[in-house]
Write a protein that binds this ligand. Structure first.
Ligand SMILES: [Zn+2]
Length: 408
């Protein structure tokens, strides 16, 4: 195992102690713990020879200049904020690992032909303001007025929090770089799913981040007495919803790469002796290709319509969230795949079902992502775990990728 990997394990442990809450890990946007985390990671960046600064939204940036002033820049990073009661790996891994990869390259006396920026984004999880990606949006010049209006539990708006942080009136930040000056953005992240574990692989390459449609389907029947209403005369909204749940599962099982989930059911009036008169169910549909997602959603709503007509139920569909898929850049991803094969022998291509900073960064530059196996696919939980041997593989892949990267 590389000495750098042992250092990485220690840093992840140490950073995992920096929290806004006692006895559990929580770091939210611009909180005292986030300020301490930035200070600590900034010291580690400096120890690796990076020039460190913070931008106007609290992102931590460590820069290593290239051999010539005009050299392009490769961005490497992830987020330093966490969910409540978080694990130590989701986010910080993608910030700390690149620092140590650069240190390892220096140890091997390999000079990169390009400049590098390691980014610790100040906000990705959306915990404090229920609005995600504030850090990467700020860095890439995509922060909009609508993002600033969100308020936290104390009634403080994003704009007010940023003005307090900056000590100056709000001014929308421009993108940190022009697209033409960038080689791309590379993010290392735990998989947050069980596929690498099932394939017995330490790491895999992400080809796309799935698009996602979320909405509420309401089915309306008629409430009635559970004892006196004959079965033939019922319009049971919950029995109809049950058919919709199973139809969603069947469709997703039949279409490769499709996942569909009914996560909540609200049943009204909701009494043991009353026929359910109305059910609202949540539906979450994801696929790596937008066309496949929208087609599946159309089919599913048509099926729900047939179920509703047969059961004489009213039906209403409301979209609450709709994000397109993000494709990772083919050329960067090919080079990353070659680095994975060089270290691990076999590469596995995966689709990310969860969103990441790379989604936003794709609006600025080419993106590539490396997934690291995590125990039982568990994340957003204190038991989140990536084995040191897998971290070692991820570090070796990153060193190989950085040293082999050709201008694309
Ligand atoms: Zn994350």
């Amino acid at each position: 195992m590389l000495a750098a990997t042992r250092q990485l394990v220690r840093w992840l442990d140490e950073l995992g102690q920096i929290s806004d809450e006692e006895a559990r890990l929580t770091r939210t946007f611009l909180s005292p713990a986030m300020r301490r985390a930035n200070a600590q990671v900034g010291r580690w960046m400096q120890s690796a020879g990076l020039a460190v600064r913070e931008d106007g939204v609290g992102n931590l940036i460590g820069r290593l200049e290239g051999p010539t002033p005009g050299a392009k820049t490769l961005l490497l990073g992830s987020h330093l904020d966490t969910v409540r009661d978080a694990g130590r790996f989701d986010g910080p891994l993608g910030v700390l690992l690149p620092i140590l990869a650069l240190q390892e390259l220096q140890r091997r006396r390999i000079a990169l032909p390009y400049a590098v920026e390691v980014l610790g984004f100040a906000e990705e999880e959306g915990v404090r303001f229920a609005s995600a990606y504030l850090g990467s949006k700020g860095y890439s010049g995509q922060l909009r007025a609508a993002d600033l209006a969100f308020k936290d539990a104390a009634g403080v708006s994003v704009r007010a929090a940023l003005e307090t942080f900056a000590g100056a009136p709000w001014k929308a930040p421009a993108a940190a770089h022009r697209q033409s000056n960038l080689l791309g953005y590379f993010e290392v992240h735990i998989e947050q799913g069980p596929v690498l574990e099932a394939e017995e692989l330490a790491v895999g390459v992400v080809t796309a981040i799935a698009g996602q449609t979320r909405g509420r389907l309401t089915l309306r029947g008629r409430a009635g007495h559970a004892g006196t209403t004959p079965m033939a005369l019922r319009r049971d909204a919950l029995a109809g919803a049950a058919e919709v749940v199973l139809a969603a599962e069947a469709l997703a099982r039949a279409v490769p790469g499709l996942v569909a989930t009914v996560g909540t059911l609200q049943v009204k009036p909701g009494a043991p002796n009353v026929i359910p008169g109305e059910v609202v169910l949540s539906l979450d549909v994801r696929h790596a290709r937008d066309g496949a997602r929208t087609k599946a959603l159309r089919e599913l709503l048509a099926t729900a319509g047939r179920i509703a007509r047969r059961r004489r139920l009213g039906q209403e569909w409301q979209i609450t969230q709709d994000n397109g898929a993000v494709a990772c850049a083919p050329a960067l991803t090919r080079q990353l795949g070659a680095a994975v094969r060089a270290v691990q022998g076999r590469n596995l291509e995966l689709v990310s079902g969860a969103g990441h900073d790379a989604v936003v960064m794709a609006g600025l530059t080419d993106v590539a992502m490396l997934f690291v196996r995590c125990k039982e696919g568990l994340s957003h939980h204190p038991d989140e775990q990536a084995a040191p041997a897998d971290l070692d593989a991820a570090l070796r892949v990153t060193v190989e990728f950085l040293s082999q990267l050709r201008h694309v």
